[in-house]
Ligand binder design. Structure first.
Ligand code: UGA
Ligand code: MN
Length: 336
């Protein structure tokens, strides 16, 4: 009898403590101290987008679409943000390239992807791809100025794009690291952890550059001795676009730094304008003994044959699929 009474007396405090624990747990959840929500569940909650238009120094109009998301906010803030700058332009391979690079970047924490399109208007397919990725990005329109587009010979590919993105970083960021990642290269995700702690300017090997298949600083016993690259071209920094990273703090200390519109000399000109000193370079990838990025090229595909426009395909899936293709203009029927 006494035992049963004793049990009942214990039961109420037991219930009360369970309720208190539950309440404490709920409040910790609310204030983000304990998170049991799956990593990706929060992504769509804190998501907002907005468009902006602004003029840049080189006169290009930049339209951006920001997508700042909860994933970015809830990640531990102590690791530096990497701003990956990717020039891109409309062609049959554009979406496959953006997909491949995008899915590499999804494996890397604290990345803000700046996709700078050499175009006068947004590509809906690029926008849609970026939107569904669930990572912070900015989509810029950074067309190549007409005077270069209409010029014969080598064109300054991706320069307006990179300068537009650098301007964006100057206006929106105070710290982190920037890296120029062309849309057609191949990246081992270890390169991003290598560059994350860049203090000023870091450098590392790039594979598949020129007939030597390699571009890299040359080190002897860890000390800089020169450069290995198939084309020196009288450059002070004979390096590939994918072979260096710059800290945002260092960039901001050099407000005049810009990439020149000189084919072949873009990297050299940019690094010179940053007043980089060779003695301060940070050599990464185990003293430049590892290749974590390759200057791959993608086979150029012809525009698609427009046979799927034929009325016999009306009301089929081909009518939806055609929106993802760049079609060859149809031959105009000959007058009889
Ligand atoms: C390399 C360098 O990465 C470029 O910075 C340099 O301009 C070029 O060599 C050169 O010296 O001609 P490469 O692989 O030869 O680039 O050229 P692409 O991959 O075709 O273009 C570089 C980047 O610019 C790519 O991300 C591409 O999407 C973009 N691009 C290319 C444009 O935005 N517009 C174009 O008309 C062509
Ligand atoms: Mn390329």
């Amino acid at each position: 009898m006494r035992l049963r009474y004793y049990r009942r007396a214990l039961f109420l405090p037991f219930l009360a403590s369970i309720a208190t624990m539950f309440f404490v747990f709920l409040s910790l959840q609310t204030f983000s101290v304990v998170r049991v929500t799956p990593y990706y569940q929060g992504i769509f909650m804190g998501n907002f987008s907005c468009d902006q238009t602004q003029s840049t120094k080189n006169g290009t109009i930049v339209t951006s679409n920001m997508n700042v998301q909860l994933r970015n906010i809830t990640k531990p803030p102590e690791i530096p943000m990497i701003y990956v700058i990717t020039p891109t332009y409309k062609r049959p391979e554009q979406i496959p390239e953006i997909t491949r690079l995008g899915q590499t970047l999804m494996l890397v924490p604290r990345v803000h992807w700046i996709v700078a399109d050499d175009a006068l208007e947004k590509n809906k397919l690029v926008q849609e791809y970026l939107d569904q990725m669930g990572m912070p990005y900015t989509y810029l329109l950074t067309p190549m100025p007409e005077r270069f587009r209409n010029k014969k010979g080598a064109k300054p590919k991706g320069v307006a794009n990179r300068n537009g993105a650098v301007d964006w970083i100057r206006n929106h960021s105070t710290e982190g690291v920037l890296y120029f990642a062309d849309d057609d290269n191949s990246y081992d995700i270890r390169i991003f952890e290598e560059i994350r702690s860049t203090r000023e300017v870091s450098m590392f090997p790039v594979g598949l550059v020129t007939s030597r298949s390699l571009s890299t600083p040359v080190l002897r016993n860890g000390r800089f001795e020169g450069w290995y690259d198939g084309w020196m071209g009288g450059r002070k920094f004979p390096v590939d676009m994918a072979g260096f990273a710059v800290s945002v703090q260092y960039l901001l200390k050099h407000p005049k730094a810009t990439m020149p519109y000189s084919p072949g000399y873009e990297e050299d000109g940019f690094l010179k304008s940053l007043q980089v000193e060779i003695k301060n370079l940070e050599f990464l990838a185990s003293n430049c003994t590892k290749v974590y990025v390759w200057h791959t090229r993608t086979h150029k595909n012809a525009l698609a044959d427009p046979v799927l426009l034929d009325p016999r395909y009306n009301n089929t899936n081909l009518q939806v699929l055609k929106k993802s293709l760049l079609l060859k203009p149809r031959a105009t029927p000959r007058a009889s």
